[in-house]
Every structure is written in structure tokens, then in C-alpha cells.
Write a protein that binds this ligand. Sequence first.
Ligand SMILES: Nc1ncnc2c1ncn2[C@@H]1O[C@H](COP(=O)(O)OP(=O)(O)OP(=O)(O)O)[C@@H](O)[C@H]1O
Ligand SMILES: [Mg+2]
Length: 290
Amino acid sequence: MTLRQPSMLAVMSIPPTTNQAQGPAIHVQGLEKSYKDLRVLRGVDFDVARGGIFALLGSNGAGKTTVVKILSTLLKADAGTAGVNGFDVATQAADVRESISLTGQFAAVDEILSGRENLVLVARLRHLKDPGAIADDLLERFSLTEAGARRVATYSGGMRRRLDIAMSLIGNPPVIFLDEPTTGLDPQARIEVWQAVKELADRGTTVLLTTQYLDEAEQLADRIAILHQGRIIVNGTLAELKQLLPPAKVEYVEKQPTLEDVFLTLVGAGGKNGDAYKGSQDHKTRSNKK
Ligand SMILES: Nc1ncnc2c1ncn2[C@@H]1O[C@H](COP(=O)(O)OP(=O)(O)OP(=O)(O)O)[C@@H](O)[C@H]1O
Ligand SMILES: [Mg+2]
């Protein structure tokens, strides 16, 4: 599978450039935000360690995108402080923007351009050398080489989302925000995105992702926080979160394959990604060890 080849991470192997001293990559304290009478954030606190993957969970309308918008300087908080890569989002917005990339909830790709042209455009905007080579490398990593010359208007939702994430990796920012990165993707594409996110974190990039998929948080995140009624109601590792419930009783259960196992076995074997089923099992093994 393309995403698992180490050579594809050439762009990411450069150490993050805009790196401020030590401390958490993201620091959020007492964050408040209202839209008129609607109090969405009522005092949100959390930290994200450097190189960690932090999942922000919450129901529709909980305020996840609002948090991401404040951290990426697109929106001003009413109260509280937030720092990204050591820079304050309110007073050092330009430095914050230099340190991050944002893949929004809705794909931000140019429909008229081809996938390759989109990537080249972003690499040019970031003043990088050899935009064409960067684009080709990312197209390969995200299994888009064949579609690279086609207009994005002809892409499927999953292809669009992969291109969108690929665009956010250009320039190797130390902190990446992914707002619902796998919504609308098929199981194989989700696993490809998960693999890419893990590889990013392995190379020291800090990832904050929002999701409504609990399994996504289980597979990916070092720490998981739940945003509910304007506050973080729990924040911990998966093991810590599981301890909040009474210990499991040991019962004999005959394990049936899940529909996802069946789908990945059938589609993965004949499709572009022959080891997708194995990949899904690997994820489970790893998450069970947590
Ligand atoms: N610009 C805005 N003006 C008014 N209300 C807004 C605005 N943006 C968001 N809201 C409201 O604030 C609340 C939080 O929205 P937000 O998009 O942050 O939630 P979310 O957790 O990302 O939800 P989802 O899972 O559906 O993406 C929602 O009730 C939403 O309707
Ligand atoms: Mg949202």
C-alpha cells in the first residue's frame, strides 16, 4: 500500500522548522466563545504534548470546529488564552499561522485545477523549492498519482479529502489540525488516512484532530478529550478513560467478524490495498495494548 512506504515521507522527514522552545505544542486555558446568545465554549482547558495525537470528541454542535478555528486564528475567543507552538493566538497570530496547517471539515481544494496543480500552487505559495517534486511525492503517498492530472471536479469525496490532507502537509508545519479528517471516507481510505496521521506523529508533528467516530479516536489518539456542554468533561489516555467505567466482567463470547472486517477482506484483497484487512487487525492489536 502506497502510504506505508517510508520513501513517501520524504517531505515530512525534514525536521519541523518553526519550532519554539519547550512546553506543550498546544495550550488552552479558560477558552470561552458565544455566538450571540449561544454559549458554545464555557471554559475549555487542555494541553497537547509535542508529537502527540490529541482527539477532541463531541457530538454535532459541541464546539469542536469552534475550538479549531480559534486555535488556527480564524476566530477570536471571547475569553481565555490559547497558545500554539509557544505563540499566543491573539497577540502572535502570524507566528501561529507559520506553525500550523489546517484541514477543515469541508475540503478546501480548487475544483477547476487538477490535483497536481493544487499541490504545486500551495508549494509555490509557501515558497518551497521544486514544487513539482513535492506534488508528485504527495500524490504518490496518497494514491493519487493516476488522478493527478485530472480536474478535482471529477474526484470522488475520498480522493478530494486525501488531496486536502496532502495539501496541508506541504511545508512540514509542526502542528496540524484535522477537523473530522475521515468523514465520508470508505473504510480503506480511512485506514490510509489513519496511517498517514500516525506517520506524521512518529516524525514529531503534533496532531489535533476532531472526530465523531469513537473508533477513530481509539485507533489514533494518545489522548482523548470529550467536549460537552461547553467544557472538557474528560481528558486522558484510552486506558484512563476506560477506567472510568466499572471493570469488565469476563464472559465467553464467540467473536464474529465485524462488517468492516468482511468489507476489508473482500474489497482489500482485490482492490488497490491488498493488506488493508491485516492493517485493520494491527490497529486493533495496538489499541488493545493501551
Ligand atoms: N458563525 C456562527 N454563527 C452562529 N452560530 C454558530 C456559528 N458557528 C457555529 N455556530 C454554532 O455553534 C455551535 C458549535 O458549532 P461547531 O461548528 O463548533 O460544532 P462542532 O462540534 O464542530 O459540530 P459538528 O460535529 O457538527 O461539526 C453549533 O450550535 C453551531 O450552530
Ligand atoms: Mg465541526
